[in-house]
Design a protein around this ligand. Structure first.
Ligand SMILES: [Ca+2]
Ligand SMILES: [Ca+2]
Length: 276
């Protein structure tokens, strides 16, 4: 009975297609975020990337204004311990997370290194993307977006609207919270020490050359090598659909049917319902 054979194959193909196609009802996607340190060899590294998929209401910092404690914790220590709670307080439904370097045992994203993490994002509730990561060596330098609505990752149909974000050296911020001092800088000095700067957030990458010749805790001798247009960091996004529960149920039903037909074939050699 070749007709039965054909219909089972068709059913399997249909189920696979259902599993691979985005549902019209779901606004959720699996979003893979990849980070890359594009800086020259022996130049800057980055602390783990702190991020949030959000509704556009959490404003991390403002150029020309005093940095708040949440962004200072990122800029001076690379930590999300104050930034994440502030984010959640401003936007309770945001999806927050961290992207670490793929190099095991290495906290910093070293020049040439990458890291990836995957998040489930509701594109209707959280179409915007905000990020922050400390630049090392530094006392209080970081990358991140000033405007909370600068990066609208998803359009109204839930489609990915931005495939990558590339940061140049000219995009690096000085939080204005800690004075330049190699002896008190993360990655080359004692990060627990600090002298208040009492200034405001502004662009600054030139000061990084002040660390040239110092040995980092990763073992390389630092050499900034940066010009304003040097690419230093890239975030790349790849979205894939999240199958809905009813799709899983149909897939399971299909697998059970295939298993049943296979058993019928084994116990009854005359039965023609083969899937081969
Ligand atoms: Ca702002
Ligand atoms: Ca500073």
């Amino acid at each position: 009975m070749p007709a039965i054979s054909f219909s089972i194959k068709s059913f399997t193909v249909a189920l696979l297609m259902l599993g691979l196609m985005p549902s019209a009802h779901s606004a959720k996607v699996q979003l893979q975020v990849m980070v890359e340190n594009l800086a020259p060899q022996d130049s800057i590294s980055f602390a783990p990337l702190r991020l949030g998929f959000n509704n556009g209401t959490f404003d991390s910092f403002n150029i020309g204004q005093v940095a708040g404690a949440p962004i200072v914790s990122v800029a001076e220590g690379g930590s999300g311990s104050a930034w994440f709670p502030a984010f959640a307080a401003a936007d309770a439904t945001a999806t927050l997370g961290t992207v670490f370097s793929a190099q095991s045992g290495v906290l910093q994203l070293l020049p040439g290194a990458t890291g990836t993490a995957t998040f489930t994002v509701d594109t209707a509730v959280n179409p915007f993307f905000t990020f922050a990561a400390m630049v090392v060596p530094s006392n209080d330098f970081f990358i991140g977006n000033d405007s909370p609505t600068q990066y609208r990752l998803f359009d109204n149909s839930g489609n990915l609207a931005i495939s990558s974000i590339t940061e140049h050296a000219s995009n690096i911020w000085d939080a204005g919270s800690e004075l330049f001092d190699p002896a008190a800088a993360a990655f080359v000095g004692n990060n627990d020490l600090r002298t208040p700067q009492n200034s405001v957030v502004g662009f600054n990458f030139g000061e990084l050359a002040g660390f040239n010749g110092l040995t980092t805790s990763a073992g390389y001798v630092f050499n900034s090598g940066l010009a304003g247009d040097t690419e230093v960091y890239r975030l790349s996004f790849h979205a894939s659909p999240v199958p809905e529960p009813e799709t899983y149920a149909m897939l399971l039903a299909g697998l059970c049917l295939i298993g049943f037909m296979a058993r019928r074939r084994l116990t009854n050699p005359g039965f023609a319902g083969s899937i081969a």
